[in-house]
Design a protein around this ligand. Structure first.
Ligand code: FES
Ligand code: FES
Length: 164
C-alpha cells in the first residue's frame, strides 16, 4: 500500500498553507501536527465525539474524518481563525459567563458547531441548538449550560442586545 506524501495546498483561516500530507492523512493530523493549530482536539479519532469539529466551507465537519487532500479548494476554518469574529466573541463570552465547560476538552468543537448554527440561524430555539450540537459529546457538563450559553450568545447578538 502506498503512503506517498505530497504537498497539499489548503486555505486555512484565510491563509494559504502548503503542507506535506499522505493520501490518508486527515485534516486533524495536518492541522495539529503540520500547522500547530491545536484547538481542534483529537478525542475518539473515529468520528464519534465531535471534539475535532472544524468548519469546511461553512459546514461543521469532523476533522478526524476529513481527508486533507479532499480539502484542497475548500475554506477550512478552525477555532483559531473564527475567534476574532462577532459571533465567536459572543459565544466565548456566553460560555464563560454560563460556566458551559469544565475540563474544556469538548469546548472548541462545541464553539465551532455553535458558530455555524448562528451563521445560518441567528435566533435558534432550544431544539435547534440541541440538534446543532447533537454530534458533540461532553462528559462533564450535562449540556444544559452549553445550550443556555448558545441561546444567550444569540440573544446578545440581536439588535436590541439582550444579554442575559
Ligand atoms: S476526534 Fe473527531 S469525532 Fe472524535
Ligand atoms: S467540559 Fe469536559 S468534556 Fe465537555
Amino acid at each position: 500500500m502506498s503512503s506517498a506524501t505530497t504537498l497539499v495546498t489548503l486555505d486555512v483561516n484565510g491563509n494559504e498553507a502548503q503542507v506535506p500530507a499522505a493520501l490518508h492523512d486527515t485534516m486533524l493530523t495536518v492541522l495539529r501536527d503540520g500547522l500547530q493549530l491545536t484547538a481542534a482536539k483529537r478525542g475518539c479519532n473515529q468520528g464519534v465525539c465531535g471534539a475535532c469539529t472544524i468548519s469546511i466551507d461553512g459546514v461543521p465537519m469532523r476533522a478526524c474524518l476529513s481527508l486533507a487532500h479532499a480539502c484542497e479548494h475548500a475554506e477550512v476554518r478552525t477555532l483559531e481563525g473564527l475567534q476574532g469574529g462577532r459571533e465567536m466573541r459572543a459565544l466565548q463570552a456566553a460560555f464563560a459567563r454560563s460556566g458551559a465547560f469544565q475540563c474544556g476538552f469538548c469546548t472548541a468543537g462545541m464553539l465551532v458547531a455553535a458558530h455555524a448554527l448562528l451563521q445560518r440561524d441567528p435566533a435558534p430555539d432550544e431544539q435547534a441548538v440541541r440538534k446543532a450540537l447533537s454530534g458533540n459529546l461532553c462528559r462533564c457538563t450535562g449540556y444544559v449550560k452549553i445550550i443556555e450559553a448558545v441561546q444567550h450568545a444569540a440573544r446578545s447578538l440581536q439588535p436590541e442586545g439582550v444579554a442575559s
